[in-house]
Design a protein around this ligand. Structure first.
Ligand code: ZN
Length: 203
């Protein structure tokens, strides 16, 4: 196996561009199969639970996601339940179209492989529907809530040139080690209150 491709970091314009639709005739080609393979390898090597093609420098509307038991082993059962974090088998979605099904916001810390070393609270819709095809061109129509819904919103944002830092509660932005040591286990509402601008109502 060749070395995984490096993840493109924020500051690169490919992360700030609307990615191109993948034409149907490109699916099932050897080149496209290789692209998906490279995305999966880069995601697993990071490790991450999702990756969009622009994150390996490819301007195409393709995302992959996979969440495994070992990646959530540091969360308590209560933290898992609050996040709706459940294993997700490896899934590739081409030309995903995301719609928000239930928009009531859920707020948790989120990070991005393209903004390494940091996390912030981000409000996301609790439930989404995604349509598109898999890498073979077979239709996908998936309605999901909880953590997979967060991953899908994050990855589909990448295809629009949007990063989580555009949506985060800016005062909760912090270095991973500080966030994990001080804030990650706390109720997100309390984190917002504690980090609010002094004298203001919320972060
Ligand atoms: Zn990201």
């Amino acid at each position: 196996m060749s070395k995984p491709l490096p993840i493109v970091k924020c500051g690169h314009p490919v992360l700030r561009t609307r990615a191109r639709e993948v034409p149907a005739e490109e699916l099932r080609t050897e080149e496209f199969r290789k692209l998906v393979r490279k995305m999966v390898d880069a995601m697993r090597a990071a490790p991450g639970v999702g990756l969009a093609a622009p994150q390996i420098g490819v301007d195409q509307r393709v995302i992959v996601l996979e969440d495994a038991e070992r990646l959530m082993s540091k969360l308590s059962p209560a933290e898992r339940a609050a996040r709706g974090r459940v294993p997700v088998p490896l899934t590739c979605i081409v030309n995903p179209v995301l719609t928000l099904v239930r928009t009531e916001p859920v707020t948790f810390f989120e990070g991005c492989l393209s903004v390494p070393g940091f996390m912030a609270l981000v409000e996301r819709a609790v439930e989404v529907r995604v349509t598109g095809t898999n890498e073979k061109g077979e239709p996908i129509d998936w309605t999901v809530s909880g953590w997979p819904a967060r991953i899908l919103q994050h990855e589909c944002d990448h295809l629009e040139g949007t990063l989580y830092v555009d949506r985060m509660l800016t005062r909760t932005f912090g270095a991973n080690d500080e966030v994990l040591a001080r804030w990650a286990a706390m109720d997100p509402a309390d984190v917002r209150a504690r980090l609010a601008r002094p004298g203001a109502e919320g972060a």
